[in-house]
Design a protein around this ligand. Structure first.
Ligand SMILES: Cc1cc2nc3c(=O)[nH]c(=O)nc-3n(C[C@H](O)[C@H](O)[C@H](O)COP(=O)(O)OP(=O)(O)OC[C@H]3O[C@@H](n4cnc5c(N)ncnc54)[C@H](O)[C@@H]3O)c2cc1C
Length: 400
């Protein structure tokens, strides 16, 4: 056999996954250009002051907030994979908080409004949110109820005469909570027990944040995701009409469990993208940084670290893509979504940790930015459901 006939591995060949088409790749390029030109340069400033509301408006103008949303509500009418493309490209903003704030709008609050909302609610909130003119947040977590959603205490009581609802309670760790125009809120409306067993008796409400009694109590300081705003909110005799109910009265728990599947899948995609981003930056570093007369990447120990990280990232990516493919076809693969979220979050955090190690002292320095990748990615093992809850969901899916 002639040497020319021998197949050589082409590691640089296009790595596009089968879920993505040429259109997705064009979209990827245009989002990438936007992220590098308009988001990345502000990453440092936004770490100090949080990113401005104008990012929503700009992304709305560009159509990026409605990529997979129906055209009749101002969306682009694309498939679910276009939303994955956005999430992946936002990893290049050098600012996990921007990606999170945007994902709360596109993949956490808009889906339940579009799925369960009335035509009026969609016109009033989904249309301007897709255009970037209104900002939304999602209120599930409370000071005394996080993982255990059924322990929620915020209560909405219906007044028999007017039919209005009066809401009292508080929500915490709410992303976009300080800037939001409206909140998708889970409240207790029935008498289900608060022992983690009651699933009926919750209702979703779509509540404007400028109503009397809505208090943005505190902007919470946190480990990472500094460019996002995270709020403690209080609701004190907040009166809303019957038209504020989102979906079915008493079915809020099920509605939010449905929402969480999309949230977890997009979180998995974001974690893989974040892990890949810090891997790529570290690879460049390892090929440039020299010690003992060679680039550190050429020490076998370091080479093997990259091999381990790449393998872990690829496994998380494949699990996420295959699950996304099923999700996009209309399946409801809760077990695999949960596995993807768990695995991707762990991989991303482990990769970021190893990347700090490979950077040595530089990895610990704020000005280099690798430590920020770790701090931002660390949230993935907590937000949208902790690792422990993911393990429990997976274990229970086997009847255990
Ligand atoms: C930066 C940030 C942004 C967030 N944004 C939002 C948002 O926009 N909207 C929103 O509603 N929430 C948001 N959250 C809240 C997030 O979803 C919760 O923090 C998360 O679900 C965990 O709840 P918790 O913090 O109350 O922890 P807890 O439920 O108190 O858990 C504490 C520990 O106990 C473990 N644990 C609990 N139950 C079990 C069990 N059954 N088995 C084994 N272990 C268990 C947990 O895994 C964890 O390790 C955000 C959180 C953060 C940190």
């Amino acid at each position: 056999m002639a040497t020319a006939d021998v197949m050589k591995p082409d590691h640089a060949s296009a790595r596009r996954h089968f879920i993505f088409t040429d259109e997705h790749e064009q979209l990827r390029e245009s989002i990438h250009r936007f992220v590098v030109a308009e988001l990345q340069p502000h990453a440092e400033e936004w770490e100090r002051d949080t990113f401005p509301d104008s990012v929503f408006r700009r992304m709305g103008e560009l159509g990026f907030l409605g990529l997979d949303k129906p055209v009749e509500y101002g969306g682009q009418g694309g498939d679910y994979f276009s939303s994955l493309v956005l999430t992946e490209e936002l990893a290049h903003a050098h600012s996990g908080g921007v990606a999170m704030g945007i994902a709360v709008q596109t993949d956490m609050t808009l889906p339940p409004i579009l799925a369960f909302g009335t035509e009026e609610q969609k016109r009033e909130w989904a249309v301007p949110a897709i255009a970037g003119q209104k900002i939304l947040c999602l209120g599930i977590t409370e000071p005394d109820a996080g993982s255990d959603v059924s322990g929620i205490r915020t209560r909405a009581v219906r007044e028999p005469d007017s039919g209005d609802w009066v809401i009292n309670g508080s929500k915490t760790y709410i992303t976009n909570g300080h800037r939001a125009d409206a909140i998708v809120l889970v409240a207790r409306t029935g008498d289900a027990p608060t022992d983690g067993q009651g699933y009926d008796g919750f209702t979703l409400f779509l509540v404007p944040m400028d109503l009397p009694g809505v208090v943005r109590e505190k902007r919470l300081a946190k480990l990472g995701m500094h460019s996002s705003d995270t709020a403690l909110l209080a609701f004190s005799d907040v009166r809303v009409g019957a038209d504020a109910v989102l979906g079915e009265v008493g079915k809020g728990f099920y509605h939010i469990m449905w929402e969480l599947q999309g949230e977890r899948l997009i979180a998995a995609a974001g974690a893989v993208a974040g892990g890949q981003h810090v891997f790529d930056r570290t690879l460049q570093y390892a090929l440039a940084r020299r010690a003992f007369g060679r680039e550190i990447g050429h020490f076998q120990v370091i080479r093997h670290k990259f091999a381990e990280m790449a393998t872990a990232l690829e496994s998380a990516r494949q699990l996420t893509y295959t699950t996304a493919w099923r999700f996009a076809r209309g399946d409801y693969p809760v077990r695999e979504i949960t596995m993807a979220k768990l695995h991707a979050a762990r991989v991303a955090v482990d990769v970021a940790d190893e990347c700090i190690q490979i950077h040595g002292g530089a990895g610990y320095m704020q000005e280099v930015g690798i430590e920020r990748c770790w701090r931002d990615l660390r949230l993935n093992r907590i937000g949208a459901g902790t690792d422990e809850i993911m393990l429990d969901v997976i274990g229970r899916s086997y009847g255990l």
